[in-house]
Design a protein around this ligand. Structure first.
Ligand code: NDP
Length: 400
């Protein structure tokens, strides 16, 4: 068996930690080239000592200096690099075969694009990269011959339900697939009275009933913007229009998504809600390998329920459809405004119930342009952040 050299972008986050857990179960199969983080020195130090990557990148220069000193004192041989350019360098490094793209938010775009342009096996958790610039990323994958494999549990499930050998960069609708059912747990506020949404705290929003995730995606799950971003992601990955995708509430998070075919067959992928399953699937594809996840016990799992999401409870979902319909830079604007609003909510500068209003006002304020260059996407992202920041200020909804 050949050894796979891997870089993990965002190794100190929830997906990064799960990826290291899976890899550590198959030491003969994987060698770590690089781990990267923003500024979490403590966790990166632990990871370097336990997993011995060749390179560790800290985007924050002070964090890099502190990691360098601390690793030298421990006698570790890992080389420490600093700055955002180093992220793209370790993603495109010739000896690297696979890149786990698990940085949260727009910060993941450039290194993910670098991995795609360099023809790597790209394990895509950073859905924001596709939402911002799907056309550019998919084009880079096609031109370089990169292999793009979805890590989001829903998209990984859809991938597993598509015909054997279907590769995400194919610009064709999967043959005979009539409908994609994208499942959504509904998050922590699925049954909470709507009139109490204004008092929701960051800790409440981050307490997801089924999944243990980073704070930004947890808030996105609570608003359902996460599902909106996933609809956009699915359109790009599987070359289907939004009309083919239907979001369905499934509170148990056991069925990770489904594909319905012309002949009446519906294929589903089921499993316990643990991200190590899609991570192991994408790492080993087209083979299978141990992930550490307990198999589902059909006799004890109980009922599986499905229902339609309420539009009034989850307005963020329709904002995502709106941006998708506008096309061009609108999805980058949606993503940027959402990141600004979520950060303001987590900092207690914006009420939870105002997150969709910030996004909607930002979409209203900006013209949609075609996504014909990275500069155009980055300019739309910057301008949307400015506008969304002003909107947050205007709302003056301080949560005490
Ligand atoms: P976390 O917040 O747990 O981790 C984010 C990682 O990105 C950390 O390593 C963090 O470093 C790094 N990071 C943050 N900001 C920057 C920056 N400006 N530059 C470089 N690195 C940065 O996120 P998750 O692991 O939950 O999510 C990661 C991605 O995967 C997201 O796009 C999310 O939507 C997607 N995803 C996550 C799932 C999950 O179960 N968690 C499921 C499906 C998709 P540091 O620790 O130093 O801040």
């Amino acid at each position: 068996m050949n050894t796979t050299h891997i870089t993990i972008l965002g190794s100190t986050g929830s997906i990064g930690v799960s990826t290291l857990d899976v890899i550590a179960r198959q030491p003969e199969r994987f060698r770590l080239h690089a781990l990267t983080a923003h500024r979490n020195v403590e966790r990166m130090r632990e990871q370097c000592l336990a997993h011995r990557p060749e390179v560790a990148v800290m985007v924050d220069p002070q964090a890099a200096e502190s990691l360098r000193t601390s690793l030298a004192a421990a006698g570790a041989v890992t080389e420490v690099r600093a700055g955002p350019e180093a992220l793209a360098d370790v993603a495109r490094e010739p000896r690297v075969d696979a890149v786990m793209a698990a940085i949260v938010g727009a910060a993941g775009l450039l290194p993910t694009l670098a991995a795609a342009e360099a023809g790597k096996r790209v394990l895509l958790a950073n859905k924001e990269a596709l939402v911002m610039s799907g056309a550019l990323l998919m084009d880079a994958v096609r031109r370089s011959g990169a292999c793009l494999l979805p890590i989001d549990s829903e998209h990984n499930a859809i991938f597993q339900c598509l015909p054997n050998g279907y590769v995400c960069a194919e610009p064709v609708t999967p043959h005979g697939a009539r409908r994609i059912w994208l499942t959504a747990s509904g998050g922590p506020f699925r049954d909470r009275p709507l009139d109490s949404f204004v008092g929701i705290t960051p800790d409440e929003a981050c307490a997801h009933p089924n999944w243990d995730m980073g704070r930004k995606i947890s808030v996105d799950s609570a608003t359902m913007m996460n599902k909106g971003l996933e609809v956009i992601e699915a359109c790009w990955l599987f070359a289907v229009p939004a009309s083919v995708i239907q979001v369905v509430l499934h509170p148990q998070s056991i069925v990770h998504s489904m594909v319905a075919y012309d002949d009446g067959s519906v294929l589903a992928q089921l499993g316990n809600p643990d991200m190590r399953t899609p991570i192991a699937h994408a790492l080993a594809w087209p083979e299978r390998m141990e992930s550490g996840v307990e198999p589902l016990d059909l006799l004890t799992m109980g009922k599986l329920e499905f229902s339609e999401p309420e539009a009034a409870r989850f307005p963020a979902l329709s904002l995502a459809y709106r941006a998708l319909e506008q096309g061009g830079t609108a999805t980058a604007v949606l993503n940027a405004a959402n990141e600004v609003a979520v950060e303001a909510f987590l900092d207690e500068r914006l009420a939870f119930s105002k997150i969709p209003a910030v996004i909607s006002a930002t979409l209203d304020a900006m013209e949609t342009e075609p996504v014909d260059s990275l500069d155009r996407v980055l300019a739309a992202d910057r301008r949307a952040r400015e506008i969304a920041g002003e909107e947050v200020g205007n709302m003056r909804q301080v949560v005490s």
